[in-house]
Write a protein of this length. Sequence first.
Length: 233
Amino acid sequence: MFHSLKEQIATILRLDPAATGIAEIVLCYPGFHAILLHRVAHALHRKGLHLSARLLSQLTRLLTGIEIHPAAKIGRRFFVDHGTGVVIGETAEIGDDVVLYQGVTLGGTGKERGKRHPTLGNRIVVGAGAQILGSITIGDNVKIGAGSVVIRSVPSNSTVVGVPGRIVRTVGVCPRDLEHGSLPDPTASALEDLTQRVKELELMVYQKLAAEMRAGHDMGRRAAMSQGGRGGS
């Protein structure tokens, strides 16, 4: 237990530049409180003490604003930054070194029973407000941009953005940070492509009209010259 606490504190110090020390993390970080209380609730749930586990998870939600079902499986060095509004469903599974920002949902898509929540691999960063829904799998080393809605499985070493989520990059680099300003925007890219195509079409139409006008002018001039020649004879 002590090793787990030490590892969790070290994770926050490494990932959050705002963290100034151990005392601040222990006293002021809701993500730290939520994961520690979840570990206890999960242990109670595994022992069959389901009501006690749910009561503890509800208390955690009230204290931290983070809702984690006690049955959810969470790996090591898990970090919830800020945390308000984070929801993790009953059958969700999370690997090691995963970071969630505020407002993230790992939810289901209906009233089906059994496995109905996402499975996240290792070294994943999920941006603020992202929704990952259904019994899908997110591979290792994946970035999910803020506000994305992911409803299909994502391969490892990918970046996903948009509604619905689109894979916009696949690389062999482990994502440590989620630089939202540098993430591609597929909608903006599509609009830029469309705008460029419209400009090209406008240029083609202008060139064609100009050519037709020149041809018409030349024909008119030749006709005038022909009529002038006949008049002179």
